[in-house]
Each structure stands twice: as C-alpha cells, then as structure tokens.
Design a protein around this ligand. Sequence first.
Ligand code: CMC
Length: 391
Amino acid sequence: GGITTIDPGYKNTGSCESAITFLNGEEGILRYRGYSIEELAEKADFLEVAYLLIFGELPTQDQLNKFHSDIKEESVVDDDVKKILDAFPKSAHPMGVLSSLTSALTAFNPTTVNVNSEEDMYNAIVKILGKFPVLVAWTMRKQKGLPLNYGDNSLGYVENILKMMFEKPNEEYKQNDILLNALDKLLILHADHEQNCSTSTVRIVGSSHAGLYSSLAAGISALWGPLHGGANQAVLEMLEAIKEDGGDTHKFMNKAKDKSDPFRLMGFGHRVYKNFDPRAKIIKVAADDVLADLGIEDPVLDIAKGLAAEALSDEYFVDRKLYPNVDFYSGIIYRAMGIPVEMFTVMFALGRLPGWISQWKEMRARKEPIGRPRQIYIGETLRPFKEISER
Ligand code: CMC
C-alpha cells in the first residue's frame, strides 16, 4: 500500500540508531561518545577527537601514536591528482574542487572502493585522513597562486595542516600557537553533529554500498549549500555587505523578517537547537580571544556583535527561537587567520571529516538497509499518450 503521511525535511523522522553523537536541542547539549563538547574543546586535540568518534573511545598514547603514524604514511597524493587540480580554473569554488578531488581519490586508491573487512576499513580511513588535509591545503594554495607543497611529518596533525596551508616559498615557516589552538578548537567543534544534511547524505550514499570516498564527496556537496556549511561564507559576505551599506544592522534585521523577501540572517537559527547552540558559545569566546591575541580590530566583528545583540532581543527571532549558530562566529576566526572567505566551508569539511567517517563506518557495521524513502504521488492520474502533432 501507499504511504499516507510525509515529513518534509525529515523534521520528525529518525533515520537510524547511533552511538556517536548525543544532541539535546532544548537544553543545548552536545556530546561525542558521551564526552561534552565543552570538555573536548578544552582538553583534547582534533586527532584524539577524530579517533574517539571513529573508534568509540579516547585513544591511549600508544594508540594515538600508531594512528598518527599510519595517517602520516598516507599523506602523499598521486601526482595525477595534481594534474586534475591544475585543470581547474583559478576561479573555481574550492568546495567544488574539493568534492571532485575527493571523488578522484577513488581512482588512485582502488582498494578503498569495496570495503569488505576491518582491515580494508582501517586502511580507507587512515588514507583519507592523510590525504584530505593535502587536498584542502592545495585547494587554497591553488586559489592563492602558491606552489603545491607537502607538510612536515614531524609536526602534529593540525600543526601540519597550518604549515601546508600557509607556508610561503623562500620563507621559513613559523608556527603561531594562537592560530593553532583556534583551528584545533574549530575543527573539534565541527567534527560531528549527528544526522545533519551532509552526514545523512554520506550515510544514504554509503547505504547502497558505494565506497567511503564517493560517499564523502557527496557529503561535501551537501555541506556546500548556504543553509548548511556554506553558511559560514554567507555570514561573512552578509556582514561585509552590512558594513559596505553603512553598518545599519536594523535595516538587515527588517529585511530578514520580511516574508516577501527571501533574505535570511545567515548564521541564525538551527533545525535542532532551539535555545542556544553550545558550539556558538565556545566559539564566540574563541573569536574574541583570537582577535585580542592577534591585536586585530575588525569592524565586521562589531557588526556581528551588534546584530547578535539586536536579534536576541527581537520578538521575531525570540518567538522563532533563532539564535546565532556555530557558523556565525567561525568565519570571523578564519578571516583573522588569513583564510579566504571561499575556503571557509572547506575548513568546515576538514573538521566534519571524522564525523562523516564514523557515521559511515557505523552504518556499515550495523548492516543498515539501503536508504530509500517513500513519497506521496501528486501528479496526473493515468492519461492516454498524445502524439507529438497533437501537443
Ligand atoms: N533569518 C530569518 N528568519 C529565519 C531564519 C533566519 N536565519 N531561520 C529561520 N527563520 C524563520 C523561518 O522563516 C520560519 O519562519 P515562519 O515560521 O514565520 O515561517 C521559522 O524561522 C522556522 O524556520 P525554518 O526554515 O522552518 O527552520 P528549519 O529548521 O527548516 O531551518 C535553518 C533551519 C538553519 C536552515 C534556518 O534557520 C536557516 O536558513 N538559517 C540561516 C542559514 C544558517 O545559518 N545555516 C547554518 C546552520 S548551523 C551549521 C550547519 O548545520 O551547517
């Protein structure tokens, strides 16, 4: 029989059982494998969090060392991937490039396509954790016109990412601890968020037993949209537009409230958090610290603060429980770090990678059936074919 009810946007539909991330939207609680996001952001580093998400427990020092060294062994990408990157125009959006390159990795790592054992799974995981940061860094370097490089395997995972991204030719690279801490925190905060749009995409693509990397490439495409990960780029562009326009936040608030205008306040609202976004709380403090530590005075941050204050006391936003979300502040930090605005969502993808991997792994381990929602048909009933001369 046909189905009689639908749930557009799956607002009230559970798609799976999961032991990875706990989220309580009313109370603003987020935990990975039982550990609070506040504690993880404070005490763990990104690679430990990646291990925790993927394997279920925090690693011992030995486990972490082995994990890191296995990842480092896989941190070279095939030269032909460089050629593919070269073929993109410089103006290409980094998210399109990243999704394509991730998909292209299937061609150069054929053993990752059919994952049939624990060993295959582990290999596919360490390979992508090794190669993805290279793709991220190269995507940015390509856009900036910098030569493609490799990292330094004596560095920590995130340290190495920063080096790959920011190293300049003929200049000794110096690590900045403020930036390192900020990036580590941002990546941790973005690492998983249960069944969001991109993660559901990764799971549903993987549910047909498509390979991990093709599932990830699909997740990257889902993340790109401005209602999801693309919001961080959209936030900064919006703040810039407000600044250019003379800084009148009230005008943009009214535009967002006007139902005849499709404009939304980017970085506000969340499908699940209806009280506050715990990630936004942590990141707001981090943004203040980074700007203070780097001695940056950014008029865009003042606009952001003004906008947030106004929205928090505005009836429309209060009634609809619209609060600043994680992406309202992340762009401010990325900008202070010198990351171009079109790269912001790529940074989100870098953070979300362990989450996608862990959800994909869990989905396969639980032998979930292929994802295949139903519909209610609302089109024409049966009608006779019309010859082309009669149309
Ligand atoms: N500005 C103005 N009005 C809004 C906004 C906004 N940012 N967000 C929601 N609303 C209104 C919406 O018009 C609706 O009003 P009404 O009930 O009068 O029709 C009501 O609030 C409920 O919104 P919804 O669209 O039904 O809620 P949703 O759960 O489908 O959408 C959302 C959630 C995050 C897509 C949405 O709030 C939004 O578009 N926000 C801006 C984009 C953004 O910041 N996205 C990043 C989310 S956090 C990171 C991530 O998950 O990637």
